[in-house]
Design a protein around this ligand. Structure first.
Ligand SMILES: NC(=O)c1ccc[n+]([C@@H]2O[C@H](COP(=O)([O-])OP(=O)(O)OC[C@H]3O[C@@H](n4cnc5c(N)ncnc54)[C@H](OP(=O)(O)O)[C@@H]3O)[C@@H](O)[C@H]2O)c1
Length: 347
C-alpha cells in the first residue's frame, strides 16, 4: 500500500482534530516523503454528524464545521450514516483511525469499530486504550487472519514509544515486570497536595489544564491506570487481562497530611501501576505508594514514567516530559508510518 491512501477517522475530538490539522501541514509532508498521499475519506463523530466522500473530504472545512459546533452532514456525500458502526462498515478507506472516548467498563464502541474494520480488510491505528485492554488477543488474531495491522502506540504515554520500542527495538527479549506512574492527573494532584493543596483544589487545577478524564473518578479511582496496566500486560507480556481483574486502590483516601509526611521522610506519594509475571500469569495492581525521591517514577508534576524489567536487557526507563495532545497525535502518525515503511524497511 503506497501512493494514495484513504484514511477514515472515527472520533474527531481533541486528538482527531489535532491530527487532522497536522495532516494538512507537517504530517502531510512527512507522509509524502514516504510516498504516501493521505486522503481523509470519512469522519464520524458522536454529536457533530458524520461524513464520507470517496474523493477526500475538505479537511479544513470539516475542522471549521466541528469547531463552530456545526455538523459534518454538510459535506457528506456518502448517504445516510445512522451510526458509527454503519460508518465503519461502509467508509471507503484503507486505514481506520479509532479515537473515540475510552469506555473503561467494556472498551466499546471502540472494540467493535476495530474488529469490524479489520474484518473488512482495513489496517487500524488507535490511541484508544480500550481495545488493547479488553480485546488485544482477539483483535491481533483477527488482524493476522486478515493480513492487516492493529497498531496502538498512543494507548499508553501518548507518542512515547512504549509498544514500538518493545516490538522493534528489543528482539528476543521477554518483559518480566513493569511499574509506572502513567496517569498525569493523579501525578499532578499528588504533587500539588505535597505543597498544601487539598485533593479538590488540585483536581480543579488539573481540570483547568484539560488533562482530566470526562469522569474524574476514572483518574482518581485508578481506573485509567488499571486500563493502561492491562494494555501493557496484554501487548508486552502476552497476558489476556481485563481492567476489572486489577487489584485497584485510587487516591481518594490519600490525605494532604500523608503526602506531606511522606515528603518529610524523603518520599513522594504516587499512584503506581504494577505488572509482574508470576508463573504464566501477570499480576496487576494499582495503588498509592511512597517512592524515594531518587526513584525514576518519583518525578514532580504531571509527567508520566514507566520502568520495564526484562530478561535479557535489564531494566529500561521511559519518561514523557510535558506530554500534550501533540504527542498523542504523533503516535497516530508513527503508526501510519509503520504501515508504510520506507525502501530500506525503516519504520
Ligand atoms: N486527549 C489526550 O491527550 C489523549 C491521550 C492519549 C490517548 N487519548 C485517547 O484518544 C481518544 C480520543 O481522545 P480525545 O481527547 O480526542 O477525546 P474527545 O475530545 O472526547 O473526542 C472524542 C470524539 O469521539 C466522538 N465520539 C464519541 N462517541 C462516538 C461514537 N460512538 N462514534 C463515533 N464518534 C464518537 C466525539 O464526537 P462528539 O464530540 O461529536 O460527541 C468526539 O469527536 C480517547 O480514547 C482517549 O483516551 C487521548
Amino acid at each position: 500500500l503506497k501512493g494514495d491512501v484513504r484514511i477514515a477517522l472515527v472520533g474527531f475530538g481533541n486528538v482527531g482534530r489535532r491530527f487532522a490539522s497536522l495532516l494538512l501541514g507537517s504530517y502531510g509532508r512527512v507522509l509524502k516523503e514516504r510516498g504516501v498521499r493521505a486522503h481523509v475519506t470519512g469522519i464520524a463523530t458522536g454529536r457533530h454528524g458524520s461524513a464520507i466522500d470517496p474523493r477526500g473530504l475538505p479537511l479544513a472545512r470539516c475542522l471549521r464545521l466541528v469547531r463552530s459546533g456545526g455538523s459534518l452532514g454538510a459535506v457528506n456525500r456518502g448517504g445516510p450514516l445512522a451510526s458509527s458502526r454503519v460508518f465503519v462498515a461502509r467508509v471507503p478507506a484503507d486505514v481506520l483511525v479509532e479515537i473515540t472516548p475510552l469506555d473503561r467498563r467494556g472498551g466499546e464502541p471502540a472494540t467493535s469499530h476495530v474488529r469490524l474494520a479489520l474484518k473488512r480488510g482495513l489496517d487500524v491505528v488507535t490511541a484508544n486504550k480500550g481495545p488493547v485492554a479488553f480485546a488485544f488477543k482477539e483483535l491481533t488474531g483477527t488482524a493476522r487472519r486478515h493480513g492487516r495491522r492493529f497498531l496502538h502506540e498512543g494507548a499508553v504515554m501518548d507518542g512515547t514509544p512504549v509498544f514500538n520500542m518493545a516490538r522493534y527495538c528489543l528482539p528476543g527479549v521477554r518483559v518480566l515486570a513493569f511499574r509506572g506512574t502513567l496517569n498525569s492527573t493523579t501525578n499532578l494532584i499528588l504533587s500539588r497536595m505535597g505543597r498544601g493543596a487539598t485533593l479538590r483544589e488540585a483536581l480543579r487545577e488539573a481540570q483547568a489544564l484539560g488533562i482530566v478524564e470526562a469522569d474524574p473518578t476514572d483518574d482518581l479511582d485508578g481506573w485509567d491506570s488499571a486500563v493502561k496496566g492491562c494494555a501493557l500486560a496484554n501487548a508486552l507480556m502476552g497476558a489476556d487481562a481485563r481492567p476489572g481483574e486489577v487489584r485497584r486502590q485510587g487516591i481518594g483516601g490519600v490525605s494532604p497530611g500523608r503526602v506531606r509526611e511522606a515528603a518529610r521522610a524523603g518520599k513522594r506519594v504516587r499512584l503506581v501501576v504494577r505488572g509482574d509475571l508470576r508463573g504464566r500469569r501477570v499480576h496487576l495492581s494499582v495503588r498509592p505508594e511512597g517512592l524515594p525521591l531518587g526513584d525514576p517514577l518519583a518525578g514532580d508534576g504531571p509527567d508520566t514514567a514507566l520502568l520495564i524489567k526484562t530478561d535479557l536487557m535489564g531494566e529500561i526507563g521511559l519518561t514523557e516530559l510535558g506530554g500534550s495532545i501533540d504527542q498523542t497525535a504523533y503516535a497516530l502518525l508513527a503508526d501510519l508510518l509503520t504501515l508504510f515503511p520506507n525502501d530500506q524497511g525503516v519504520r
